[in-house]
Design a protein around this ligand. Structure first.
Ligand code: SF4
Ligand code: SF4
Length: 463
């Protein structure tokens, strides 16, 4: 109820929805330079995603995250949970790359490579192939339910579900050998977790790319919310050149001196989030550049120069910078600093991987068995060695102990470990030393592979 200006007047009621009803967006298909880039990235990312899981390597799957056995295979490398540092470095590289690309050119990730964008593009392509372009789809939406509409909708959803299930199957195929998974699917004997994740990932793909679409970017993705913190006035963003476009109106080319925007609305029709870029930068803009391609086509038709909507910066617009000046400012100190740190970490991680010894040893001193006196007046400490063979060949490892005179291993000092496997070895170390804590070192080396040796520190306690 609103209070009237006149206290004696009857009360005024205004009905207002608490929630905005979602308006279905049917983006118009667009062609152009940026659309070609988007599709190139769709192909590249999906060829890698769907193809890599089937790639064989050394008689196994090239990329397999075998969580059940706690081993991760990435081409010729085998990682154990102890290699978590590489995952940490990978995440740091991904975060820094995101900061760098965002500082240079805004939401590049969102517009071209984010799975939400990529799968929405694929689902839209299916929708267009079955139901037709934007106008046909809008008509179909408004039409009553007829056998034709039912058939078109059923066909579209059947293809969407097939793509989504294949995506879920491929995703799970990175965690369980995909060929075994394939056989299990056909034999209807997949395990409960495999079934759950195939269906869950498939359902998420179908729901996000088929139904939710721009809602995910607008309301669910946290990145959209903090992106503006990473922008500055020299960040390249998709911008409508207000100075050139306004005052907008029909037949701009026949109105010399007037704005170039012919107010055709194409930039809004092609926008997957349904916004009007002429209203300025908005958080809903995912930076897909479809409006640039759309507007360029219009400019070509009306005989005006392209670039009414283009990648530009706040400073370029305000200070009328040339294209060269704009690009030079894009490589500002902040960007150079991100690039330097990123390259330093990438190179360090590459060198570390290159020099990685394919053997890992963890020494755990048995705290339950305190040091004890044994025959001959010697003292014995008990350890547990976890030896991880990171190669894909069987190895026999010889173990020595050093660092304290007269200290030696009592019992077996050799252990055979299968390819990409680990073995736990209880080890007794005996020696004579003064009471106290003494530093010792376990030296483990593969027989016949002189490069595969590591040392691991521990302590020898005499009470
Ligand atoms: S596509 Fe270009 S000309 Fe058409 S309304 Fe948008 S900005 Fe104006
Ligand atoms: S405004 Fe342009 S760049 Fe932004 S989401 Fe819409 S079409 Fe893509």
């Amino acid at each position: 109820m609103t209070a009237g200006a006149n206290p004696g007047a009857p009360a005024q009621f205004v009905a207002q929805d608490l929630y905005e009803v979602r308006r279905t967006i049917h983006p118009r298909a667009v062609h152009g330079w940026f659309a070609a880039w988007r599709w190139a990235l769709v192909w590249a990312t999906q060829l890698v995603f769907y193809g890599l899981a089937w790639l064989p390597w050394n008689g196994r799957q090239a990329v397999l995250f075998d969580i059940a056995h706690r081993k991760f295979y990435v081409f010729g490398q085998v990682f154990f949970p102890q290699d978590i540092i590489y995952l940490t470095v990978l995440l740091i590289i991904a975060a820094l790359a995101l900061f760098l690309f965002t500082a240079v050119a805004g939401r590049l990730w969102c517009g071209y490579a984010c799975p939400q964008t990529v799968y929405t593009e694929i689902f839209l392509w299916v929708e267009k192939a079955i139901e037709g372009d934007r106008v046909a789809r809008m008509r179909l939406d408004a039409a009553p339910l007829t056998p034709r509409k039912l058939a078109l909708r059923a066909a579209k959803h059947a293809v969407w579900i097939a793509v989504a299930l294949w995506t879920g199957f491929t995703f799970v195929g990175y965690f369980t050998p995909i060929r075994e998974l394939w056989d299990a699917v056909w034999g209807l004997n997949t395990g409960p977790w495999e079934t759950f994740w195939v269906l869950f990932y498939g359902f998420a793909t179908y729901g996000n790319a088929g139904w939710m679409r721009e809602q995910v970017c607008k309301h669910m993705c946290p990145y959209a919310r903090f992106q503006s913190a990473m922008f500055d006035p020299d960040t390249l963003i998709i911008t409508y050149d207000r100075g050139r476009g306004e005052p907008r109106g029909k037949n701009a080319s026949k109105r010399p001196g007037k704005g170039h925007c012919v107010d055709c609305g194409i930039c809004v029709q092609v926008c997957p989030t349904g916004i009007d870029i002429r209203d300025g930068l908005q958080y809903e803009c995912i930076g897909c550049a479809a409006c640039i391609d759309g507007c360029d086509q219009v400019m070509d038709k009306v005989g005006l120069p392209r670039g009414l909507i283009r990648y530009s910066t706040q400073h370029a617009m305000e200070r009328k910078l040339t294209r060269g000046e704009t690009w030079r400012r894009a490589f500002r100190p902040r960007v150079l600093a991100y690039s330097a740190v990123l390259w330093a970490i990438v190179i360090a991680a590459g060198v570390s991987l290159w020099q990685r010894v394919p053997l890992k040893v963890d020494v755990i001193r048995d705290r339950a068995a305190i040091s004890r006196q044994v025959e001959g007046g010697e003292v014995e400490n008990v350890y547990r060695l976890q030896i991880m063979n990171v190669t894909e060949a069987p190895r026999t490892y010889a173990i020595r102990v050093a660092g304290l005179e007269g200290v030696a291993i009592a019992g077996a000092d050799r252990v055979a470990v299968g390819p990409a496997s680990s073995a736990a070895l209880p080890l007794k170390v005996r020696g004579r030393a003064a009471p106290g804590t003494h530093r010792i070192e376990f030296l483990v080396g593969a027989e016949g592979a002189p490069d595969e040796r590591v040392s691991e520190k521990s302590v020898f306690i005499v009470r």
